[in-house]
Design a protein around this ligand. Structure first.
Ligand code: TRP
Length: 451
């Protein structure tokens, strides 16, 4: 079991799980999804999904992982004694790898922006900033190389087991990111015309709701919590017996949602102020943020320059703690399944995801013809995983724990052998047995037009 023990401290692992949840999903994906789906009404649905489906789903994955003490596929296998539930694990490993492929593209963009922040390239007026993004992302190789480099960096960390260092660092860096977000929220809200952005994010217009918005809110909630790929299951296999699963899931969900909200409050006021359309898609933060650094700090250019560098550096770090978690799922699986050295199994994951990353990057840049079902390959991977595979994975995890795993085991894990959370056990059981599976199924059916 020594290969499984390289996670440093037991507190570190809960922090690492939070690090997995907080990432580009909050700062990049949440604002652009909210922007495309009409603002505040989307936000409401999103919060509802987190509370009703996300938290119970997280606990379910925690229960499977901690009880089985094994990688994603093997964990389901062990608890189901050979029944095909292991397919849920396989589905998770596959989804996580696809996500890593396109996520690394965006992480690569962040690296480019960090570099540009240091060299001072990214400052200019709103049009300049927009052009900067268009020019950079349409270059064939540069963004692809940044993405691949990011995956290789993740690989090195996953293999070298320097996670302990990363965990320690994240104890400091995550709070700094939080404070910086707060500062940028204030800066963004002080720009002229920002009030329209605040309205957009906080005053719901229910006429914007439809089945697609609901599906996107569900997908975003799962994506942001790292739920539905057995990622949480893999991490929970390293949890201690004393870890309070309900409390950890609650804390991580609250933290994650706060970061997303702050990101929204940082982006929309500025976007409305400088005339960037909120529904412009994945480029939203990249064409909005540089304006905040520049305009809000126009009296103190040096401060603006430093804040800009610090922000992109922290964003890269937050992305890294998330890519590590995606990489770990496949690596842990191949290591245990085929008895490979971690080094070799990590290379399998790295090679496959790096290839996907290059194609995704090209599909939103130099080769827009790289399309699947009428969307760019990158959008396709994003939509397919977030809106379909993650909710499916989460639903199966709930069904598995709710109906298949022996009640005794569920009770023992949920209450830490009867020492905590007794009162919530029945509520939890009811929710994972009925509410989560029907909720997710209804969203799917609604989207397919059956309902
Ligand atoms: N939750 C992360 C974010 O918000 C992304 C992430 C990390 C993820 N691991 C995952 C998403 C596993 C789905 C599955 O950035």
């Amino acid at each position: 079991m020594s290969e499984r023990d390289n996670f440093g401290s037991k507190l570190g692992i809960v922090l690492a799980t939070a690090g997995s949840a907080v990432g580009l999903g909050n700062v990049w994906r949440f604002p652009y999804m909210t922007g495309q789906n009409g603002g505040a009404a989307f936000l409401l649905l999103y919060i509802l999904c987190i509370l009703l489906l996300g938290i119970p789903g997280m606990i379910s994955e925690f229960i499977v992982g901690r009880h089985a003490q094994a990688n994603a596929a093997y964990a389901y296998d062990k608890l189901s004694r050979g029944r095909p539930w292991r397919l849920v694990g396989y589905l998770g490993i596959f989804s996580a790898s696809v996500i890593l492929g396109f996520y690394a593209v965006v992480a690569g963009w962040c690296c480019q922006y960090l570099y540009a922040a240091i060299s001072g390239e990214v400052s200019g007026d709103a049009d300049y900033v927009r052009n900067y993004f268009a020019t950079f992302s349409s270059n064939a190789w540069q963004p692809a190389l940044w993405g691949v480099a990011f995956i290789v960096l993740t690989h090195v960390i996953v293999v070298k087991g320097v996670r302990l260092g990363i965990e320690r660092a994240s104890k400091w860096l995550m709070p700094i990111l939080f404070v910086l977000l707060l500062i940028l929220v204030v800066a963004s809200c002080s720009l002229p015309g920002s009030i329209n952005g605040i309205r957009f994010l906080l005053m719901p217009d229910f006429s914007k709701l439809n089945s697609h918005v609901l599906l996107e809110a569900l997908g975003q909630a799962f994506f942001s919590l790292s739920l539905g790929t057995a990622c949480l299951c893999t991490y929970a296999s390293y949890f201690s017996r004393q870890t309070n699963l309900l409390q950890s899931a609650g804390q991580i969900a609250v933290l994650d949602t706060l970061v997303a909200l702050l990101s929204g409050l940082m982006i929309f006021p500025a976007a409305f102020s400088v005339g960037v359309s909120p529904d412009c898609g994945p480029s939203l933060i990249f064409i909005t943020l540089p304006n905040v650094f520049q305009q809000a700090f126009s009296m103190m250019p040096l401060v603006g320059y430093l804040v800009c560098i610090l922000f992109y550096a922290l964003l890269v770090f937050a992305a890294l703690t998330s890519t590590i978690s995606m990489h770990e799922i496949g690596t842990a699986f191949f290591t245990e399944k085929f008895n490979l050295k971690r080094r070799y199994s990590a290379w399998i994951v790295t090679t496959a995801t790096a290839i996907l990353c290059v194609f995704c990057s090209l599909s939103v840049g130099a080769y827009p013809d790289l399309q699947v079902l009428g969307m760019s390959l990158m959008d396709f991977c994003d939509q397919m995983t977030a809106n379909f595979m993650l909710p499916l994975g989460g639903m199966l995890a709930c069904l598995f724990v709710g109906w298949y795993v022996p009640k005794k085991t569920v009770h023992a894990e949920f209450t830490n052998e009867g020492s905590t959370n007794q009162r919530f056990y029945h509520v939890y059981l009811f929710v994972v047995r009925y509410v989560c599976p029907t909720g997710i199924l209804l969203v799917f059916l609604h989207q397919l037009g059956v309902l």
